[in-house]
Ligand binder design. Sequence first.
Ligand SMILES: [Zn+2]
Length: 123
Amino acid sequence: MRIGDVVWNQDDHSVACAKCDERLSADDENWKEHSLLKRTNAAERLNCGDFGPAYSVYEHPDLELVEIFCPHCKALLAAELYLRDEPLRWTFRSLDVAIEQGYDAAADFAAEPEQWISFGSPR
Ligand SMILES: [Zn+2]
């Protein structure tokens, strides 16, 4: 399964770069933690004119741009906005991996039911 420039290989439970096919990590790890990162203040990086006005962001000292590169072929695999010191978000986790890592949908729903969307009949 391909998401952006990363491929999840269900055969060997790995995550690979879609550009060079080199393995980045096992699929129960966050592949971004096995990549090359350039983490900079988002406004300084994006508002300099190199990327055009469509990519300009609000200036804030805690808003960072994280550019994530393949450690093998150096391709840019993702560019994401984070708050300063925010851990790298997972792009995708199987439900099995998420449960192994402590995800509990029932407890999550009980804690914050208004953050869930229902497609069934109204309550
Ligand atoms: Zn690569």
